[in-house]
Ligand binder design. Structure first.
Ligand code: NAD
Ligand code: UD1
Length: 348
């Protein structure tokens, strides 16, 4: 069984990605500081898989990627056990845009310095395969065209800058190692929803800022109303348009990226991972209420600082290179996300 290190693997995207990887027969070494998650997600993954995996396929170690001795132990123990880490899927990072504006140093320290520690130890142990969690927030899109990978890189928040910095570090490592690394920077658009079982899902430990978890909380009465930021954007109904992608489709994209890297020569891939379809805030709220037969009271308020009207992926690259396609529609995202919320109204 090929051993894959999953940093940040108990978090939202990491936990969902474990499922296709375990089904695909990989051994997973999961590390997480649990600054924004809990290891309970791993117990839930096991519950979903029932008997269709072996216990020695998953190990979890609580620790921080900035702690190099901790990382060294992971890599050296894997060698001692004759199962060296062959690739890393690097999710670990802080992701709140507003917090990154308030505490930029924390973001540079955690995300960028943390990634440097990880890449350093990977280099030392000759592990040169990595799938990295990048973000659509690196683009400075002001047009109404779907975004290409070659679009201008112009983040507008410290969070976005940390993602650009990590991509740049990976590019320079690639060059300095005479192109011996295999790197996939997956630039996610807006992942929402949950695994169809409702056993795992998004579990923000603080008050959520993103639209979908707020809709879920308003629907189950944990929050009074949704504030819709702006009603006069130049869009079909005046509200902001985003490219929402089902979390399990995003999970499958990681599986496809990893397999692609293993099958192919060393290279760097930059891939937009989205559906290519735009949905407005009002469309999402109305669909959520309709398919889940529930009420989401909302009120229009001022525009949020830094928001853009239209952020949608051109996903031609990812679909043609990885032979991956998103399969689940907005209705499915709303149904699965609501199921998770109802089953776990207080999180894990
Ligand atoms: P998450 O917070 O649920 O998961 C991130 C995990 O990393 C958490 O479990 C957290 O405890 C862990 N972590 C943070 N800093 C760490 C450190 N120094 N050492 C070890 N563990 C650490 O977030 P997510 O939504 O699953 O996001 C995963 C990755 O994808 C992040 O890097 C995020 O920036 C990126 N991303 C997320 C989105 C999104 O909309 N969710 C969009 C684009 C990119
Ligand atoms: C936000 C971040 C982005 C990050 C992404 C995923 C900002 C400006 N952008 O993107 O950098 O990559 O999250 O973590 O914070 N909305 C409301 N009311 C709300 C919340 C959101 O109307 O209470 C609207 C927004 O204006 C937007 C849409 O819903 O039009 C989606 O917002 P959100 O879920 O926060 O995602 P992004 O803005 O795409």
């Amino acid at each position: 069984m090929r051993n894959i290190l999953i940093t940040g693997g108990t978090g939202y995207i990491g936990s969902h990605t474990c499922l296709p990887l375990l089904k695909g027969g990989y051994k997973l070494t999961i590390i997480d500081s649990n600054v924004n998650s809990t290891p309970t997600s791993i117990e839930r993954i096991k519950k979903i898989l029932k008997n269709n995996f072996s216990e020695n396929q998953i190990s979890f170690f609580k620790g921080d990627i900035r702690d190099k001795p901790f990382l060294e132990n992971i890599f050296s123990n894997a060698i001692k056990e004759n199962n060296p880490v062959e690739a890393v899927i690097h999710f670990a990072g802080l992701k709140s845009v507003s917090e990154s504006i308030e505490k930029p140093l924390l973001y540079w320290e955690n995300n960028v310095f943390g990634s440097i520690c990880l890449i350093d130890i990977m280099t030392k142990y000759e592990c040169r395969n990595i799938v990295f969690s990048s973000s659509a927030s690196i683009y400075g899109n002001t047009s109404f065209e779907p975004i290409l990978e070659t679009s201008e890189i112009k983040p507008c928040t410290p969070y976005g800058y940390t993602k650009v910095a990590i991509e740049n570090i990976l590019a320079s490592i690639f060059k300095s190692s005479k192109n011996s690394w295999r790197i996939a920077n997956l630039r996610y658009f807006n992942p929402i929803g949950a695994h169809e079982s409702g056993f795992i899902g998004e579990n923000p430990l603080d008050t959520p800022n993103n639209l979908f978890p707020i809709i879920c909380r308003v629907a189950n009465g944990k929050m009074n109303e949704l504030q819709i930021f702006g009603k006069d954007w130049p869009t079909i109904d005046g509200t902001g348009i985003r490219d929402y992608i089902h979390i399990m489709d995003l999970a499958d994209a990681h599986y496809a990226a990893l397999e692609f890297l293993f099958r192919n020569k060393p290279q760097i891939l930059n891939l937009n991972v989205g559906t290519g379809n735009g949905t407005s805030v009002l469309e999402l709220v109305n669909k959520f209420m309709k398919v889940n037969k529930c009420n989401v009271p909302y009120r229009f308020t001022e525009k949020r600082l830094g928001d853009l009207p239209f952020i949608v992926a051109n996903n031609t690259q990812v679909t043609s290179i990885l032979k991956w396609k998103p399969k689940r529609n907005i209705e499915q995202m709303c149904i699965d996300g609501w199921k998770w919320q109802q089953k776990n109204s207080n999180g894990y």
